[in-house]
Design a protein around this ligand. Sequence first.
Ligand SMILES: O=P(O)(O)OC[C@H]1O[C@H](O)[C@H](O)[C@@H](O)[C@@H]1O
Length: 322
Amino acid sequence: MEHSAAIWDYRAAVEITKDLNGINQVVLRNPQGALVRVSLHGGQVTSWRNKHGEELLFTSSKAMFKAPKAVRGGIPICFPRIIDDNPPLHPNDSHGNSVIDLLLKPTEEDLKFWPHRVSYFEPQSSLVCMVDNILGAFMSSLVVFCLRVSLATNGDLILISRVRNVNGKPFSFSFAYHTYLSVSDISEVRIEGLETLDYLDNLYQRERFTEQGDAITFESEVDQVYLSSPNVIAVLNHEKKRTYVIRKEGLPDVVVWNPWERKSRSMVDFGDEEYKQMLCVDRATRDKPVTLKPGEEWTGRVQLLVVPSSFCSDQLNLQEWF
Ligand SMILES: O=P(O)(O)OC[C@H]1O[C@H](O)[C@H](O)[C@@H](O)[C@@H]1O
């Protein structure tokens, strides 16, 4: 899967600064002091801090900025994967959330890898309005891709991607929010909500298995694609007294990845021991690509929140909780 690393345009922001690599980044803050940083290189969320200033996403100490690769950590947006051969500042939305809307502007280099043209449009006050206007104004364009990143007043991080096909023929893609969660010790972590599901094991040529355990725990390399996942799953890190709840819409699969010891040593942008402090839990469409007919639109939404560590799978049934 390609990690999209095109330069993004911004339409709204609380604050624009430069990161250590000189790339523009947007900083969203909420009244309680939580913070989200979004790099305009690839629209990648690079930091999500709670109101106590604790970082909730993992980023490798060896992370490198080398376009077009994504930085190792945060939440790279994996889009598109080619499966077909052939600002004005307005810091809050109507709910009081801090919001940034981004539009993909592919470089010439990107277009070599993915030939669909992507629309670019000037600022409008709402995302839907923007998409509709693109349709009216740029009928010759082929694909509209936009990303909304929100930091809610309660500290939740929400990412919404929209893809619209405005071409005369169908096109297909896969997508993932490649989410690096920060954990205190991987051997203490468990995932609830995926038990009894079927998964494809990338370490065994995508062979299909059925999950047997009560919850997913970790003691070796893992690279699995869980199919038809529930809307809400939880990642429990008891030692840190922190549970991540990950809610999704439009993203059927969950990719769980930890490189463990041997693979960590082979990655130049990842520390040898850092596999202990991270776990990737990606909301994704990996098994079956999304196909959009002309005029169709797809939305993939993920909401990340942190609750006290007493949160357990019984509560996962409470879909209405959200
Ligand atoms: O090294 P990257 O391209 O960032 O990919 C890191 C990992 O991402 C996903 O989780 C895939 O399922 C893995 O197969 C891959 O190794």
